[in-house]
Design a protein around this ligand. Structure first.
Ligand SMILES: Nc1ncnc2c1ncn2[C@@H]1O[C@H](COP(=O)(O)OP(=O)(O)OP(=O)(O)O)[C@@H](O)[C@H]1O
Length: 371
């Protein structure tokens, strides 16, 4: 765990970058520092590995005051990933990853072996190991940056805007990969971003900072969306807060999943059994839903041309947002629900999704009242 206790930083020109910040980054979790430009995110993070020294207050790591730890030793315990990866341009990928262990005395061959393992861990093919950074895509460079930060197997990881130099599609991929990686490695991570959506995706907890290095709120993504502390946080979190918060709550056991009429693509029309409203769900040979088909659109057999592809599907354990989307995008108000393998389970009605949302809101309000 990393603990900030009333940490402040005033630069020599008098700029107060961080003002009496108290914050805990719990063990094995991702804490995201987010806020508008110049609010002191980077300064806060760099005080952890002492690239910047606090003016007052203390930072402890697992109970040990960082000001008393030798800087080299401190940085061996803290991996550091920066925007644009910050790789050494004249070294190959494998040498970039192995650079720090080599510097700390690891022999060449075990350093290379470990580097190759790390490249695999971050999803890079071994054929890239001998390339130079400029021969990699932005996303690949970023993965090398993460592998390099993990080279000494540090318990802590600092990440400064790690995914902002790549395009939105690659960024989304890297974020998901990174969450899967964190499930395996369980590091204590502090990550800086100016992008609230990235914070909501990655953060176990999110610290929102405002100008002058003041902590405006620290909370889980769900609480931040549902219960912003003030107008600044509400504004920073942005629009559609209510809808986005449904992304963090699953349907409860009282949400009925009803059986529905279905048929495999290609079946002859006379074999088809439609619902009373004239619809059925067309499925493939593995019973994965393709879309809704209406009696009036089906000719001699159930063909793709008769299928309405507008509806999305929700898998059983998905958040309420997926259930609501499935119901709202369906041509008949019933959302298609699948099992974990994607096979058709049944349907959920818009009314039942709305009732589940009401129950979830009621439960959240009760928790709030009790705390
Ligand atoms: N070396 C410095 N000397 C004086 N002021 C500085 C110095 N470094 C940063 N600052 C100021 O401290 C404040 C906080 O800067 P910091 O880089 O921590 O913000 P940030 O939230 O990371 O911003 P961004 O999102 O734009 O990177 C800003 O007002 C900045 O201008």
């Amino acid at each position: 765990m990393i603990v900030f206790d009333q940490v402040s930083k005033t630069y020599p020109d008098g700029t107060v970058a961080v003002d009496s910040l108290s914050l805990e980054a719990p063990q094995g979790e991702i804490t995201v520092l987010v806020g508008p430009s110049g609010c002191g995110k980077t300064t806060s993070m760099r005080m952890i590995n002492r690239l910047i020294d606090p003016t007052s207050g203390s930072i402890t790591m697992d109970g040990e005051d960082t000001s008393g730890i030798d800087k080299v030793e401190l940085r061996r315990r803290i991996g550091y990933v920066i925007q644009n990866a910050g790789l050494f341009p004249h070294r190959t990928v494998v040498d970039n990853v192995g650079a720090l262990p080599r510097l700390l005395g690891t022999k060449k061959s075990p350093a290379r072996e470990r580097a190759m393992e790390l490249l695999e861990l971050v999803g890079l093919d071994e054929s890239l190991a001998q390339r130079y950074p400029w021969q990699l895509s932005g996303g690949q460079q970023q993965r090398v940056g993460v592998a390099r930060a993990l080279a000494t197997d540090p318990p802590f990881l600092l990440m400064d805007e790690p995914f902002s130099a790549v395009d939105p599609i690659v960024r989304a991929q890297l974020q998901q990969e990174f969450l899967r990686l964190q499930e395996r490695i369980g590091k204590t991570i502090v990550l800086v971003t100016h992008d609230i959506d990235e914070a909501l995706i990655l953060g176990d907890q999110i610290a929102v900072l405002r100008q002058g290095g003041h902590l405006a709120q620290v909370a889980s993504p769900e609480v931040l969306l549902r219960d912003p502390a003030d107008a600044f946080v509400a504004n920073f979190v942005g629009r559609s807060r209510g809808y986005r918060s449904l992304g963090f709550t699953g349907a409860d056991e009282h949400t009925p999943i009803l059986q529905t009429a279905s048929a495999v693509l290609g079946e002859a029309a006379e074999a088809l059994r439609f619902r009373p409203d004239g619809w059925l769900v067309a499925v493939d040979a593995q019973r994965r839903p393709i879309g809704w088909a209406h009696r009036d659109q089906v000719g001699a057999a159930l063909q793709d041309s008769a299928i309405n592809h507008a509806g999305s599907t929700a898998s059983l354990g998905a958040p309420l947002r997926d259930f609501l989307d499935a119901a709202l995008s369906s041509p008949n108000g019933d959302g298609i629900v699948t099992d974990a393998e994607g096979a058709l389970l049944g349907v959920v009605s818009t009314d039942d999704v709305v009732a589940a949302i009401r129950r979830a809101k009621g439960a959240a309000a009760a928790t709030r009242a009790a705390s």
